[in-house]
Design a protein around this ligand. Structure first.
Ligand code: SIN
Length: 525
């Protein structure tokens, strides 16, 4: 926490941009800015001016036209963090207009200029490592160690795409006729709508925004209503880095997806939509975007299998299962959802996993001892409850946990269920919570069939020391990403994305391509 006097001094800097006169700055911790407000002390940042509580359109911090507000709370404590504007169609259209105007000049900047601005933006993120990590933890609930991990991951997308900006090479293609020369160039696609989830309040934004800006596109971001403050802090830092007005716009809303989300997909001036979230919402947005045949990137739900073969290093498999299943308390799209263990090592794996999970410390992510935080809200807790009850009713047994935890936050005990039958809900739907579901299998053929028996195909994991099996299984899993002998695969440099109903396109890696049009030019001689 910062001393009140220091926080007041820092807020004075902030207030010049938020129409709050310095004479009104008293040593209080609940700061009202126009119609929105933030509970500054609940964040405990060194630089409180990173906390913005208004939308951001055309380089200006703005409130909702109709004055509506969304309340944001800390999921670990239920404490009110503040409010952000409840924006609607009018603000969304203004943001799209601002991004369209800015595109005229931003798209003509050189790749080197965009590279340099992205590096500056990256450096500013890294200069605020502690504050931005803490901000993630306060609004999302993940432990501070994971908040730090996400923050560094988030910044790495800006650094990576700065490098990609200067490598958007075209092609010269030998012509079929002697009087022709063929050239291919890459051009930024235009205004991009970015819709992101609450489970990674920062990294899911930079993964899309970094690529869009590097390509020469401008953006309208709709951050999640649960965790808008990390996104607004990024807009603040982008401004400090010198990214011009209108290039990045943020519309805060909790509106139904069929309202603001629809506009972001249907508006004719938007040329590309990038979404991370549930498959159900992805299908709606894809439908809206199809009306104008927009380019779409979707990273949707997963139902990742995690397979332990009898030739695996069991200690490594247990460690992998813990990070893969329980990262963010099970709230990642790439989390293991179904753990299949070969019968001869099943008992050993299950008991070692239960031993490790029993050592977890569940609590407020800001507490240094906490290893696992809350779920985002009570609906999330209810879903885990439903999956546990369903599995138990079908014959599964509890090895550890199994119930919600009392207290003010939305906590569910890290849980292990054994002997979960194939028809249990958890084997067919993403739980998005701290539930490790164990099922026994006999043969490689059987487990591949089980693993692929899902409409989803984001990530899949397995542990084996047999190199032939490693190749066979990696090729057989119907997913976009495979972890063999590792439970953590996420990095800025990889093509992140899924197959089947888990998504379209790839982010990270060479994902800048998704934000560019390919143009062929024939030169007649
Ligand atoms: C997600 O859960 O959507 C992303 C997870 C990651 O990037 O690791």
């Amino acid at each position: 926490m910062i001393p009140t006097s220091l926080s007041t001094a820092r807020l004075a800097l902030h207030s010049s941009r938020s129409r709050l006169s310095s004479t009104r700055l008293k040593p209080f911790t609940f700061l009202r800015m126009a119609s929105t407000s933030v509970n500054i002390s609940a964040f405990g940042l060194k630089d409180a001016s990173l906390i913005r509580s208004q939308g951001f359109i055309d380089g200006k911090w703005v409130d909702a036209k109709e004055g509506g507000k969304i309340q944001v709370t800390n999921p670990a404590t239920g404490e009110e963090l503040g409010h952000v504007p409840e924006m609607g169609l009018e603000e969304t259209r203004e943001a799209i207009a601002a991004a369209s105007n800015a595109f005229v000049t931003w798209s003509k900047t050189t790749a080197k200029e965009r590279h340099d601005l992205l590096i500056k933006f990256y450096q500013l993120m890294r200069a605020h490592d502690d504050d931005l990590s803490r901000l993630i933890t306060v609004e999302n609930g993940k432990p501070l160690s994971e908040g730090k991990g996400e923050h560094v991951y988030s910044a790495s997308f800006l650094e990576w795409f700065a490098g990609e900006a200067v490598r958007t090479y075209g092609e010269v293609i030998p012509a079929a006729q002697s009087n022709l020369r063929n050239v291919v160039i890459k051009q930024p696609i235009g205004v991009v709508s970015i819709l992101t989830p609450w489970n990674f309040p920062s990294a899911m934004i930079t993964r899309k925004l970094g690529a869009a800006l590097a390509a020469g596109c401008t953006a309208v971001i709709k951050p999640p209503a649960e965790t808008p403050f990390s996104c607004l802090a990024l807009a603040e830092l982008a401004t400090r880095a010198g990214i011009p007005p209108g290039v990045i716009n943020v519309v805060t809303t909790s509106a139904n997806i069929a309202d603001v989300g629809k506009e972001l997909c249907e508006h004719p001036d938007v040329k590309k939509v990038s979404f991370t979230g549930s498959t159900a919402v992805a299908k709606m947005l894809y439908g809206y975007a199809s009306k104008t045949l927009k380019k779409v990137s979707i990273e949707a739900g997963g139902n990742a299998p995690f397979i332990v073969f009898d030739d695996a290093d069991i200690d490594a498999a247990v460690a992998g299962a813990i990070s893969c299943k329980f990262r963010a308390s099970g709230q990642t799209c790439v989390c293991a959802n179904r753990i299949y263990v070969q019968s001869s090592v099943y008992a050993e794996f299950a008991s070692r996993l239960a031993e490790k999970v029993a050592q977890f410390k569940v609590g407020n992510g800001l507490d240094g001892a906490t290893t696992h935080g809350p779920l985002i809200h009570d609906r999330a807790v209810q879903k885990v409850e439903k999956h546990v009850e369903d599995a138990l009713s079908k014959g599964a047994q509890i090895l550890h946990g199994g119930k919600r935890l009392s207290g003010s936050g939305s906590f569910f005990a890290p849980t292990i269920l054994s002997d979960v039958p194939a028809d249990a809900l958890v084997n067919h739907e993403e739980t998005f919570g701290p539930l490790a579901s164990l099922t026994k299998f006999e043969t490689e053929e059987e487990v591949i069939k089980l693993a692929n028996d899902t409409p989803f195909g984001l990530a899949g994991y397995f542990y084996s020391k047999d190199v032939s099996r490693v190749w066979r299984v990696a090729e057989a899993l119907q997913v976009g990403m495979v972890g063999t002998n590792t439970g953590l695969i996420s990095q800025a440099v990889i093509p992140f994305g899924g197959v089947k109903e888990s998504g379209l396109g790839r982010e990270g890696g060479h994902g800048i391509e998704e934000y560019m049009n390919t143009k062929f030019i024939a030169f007649g001689l």
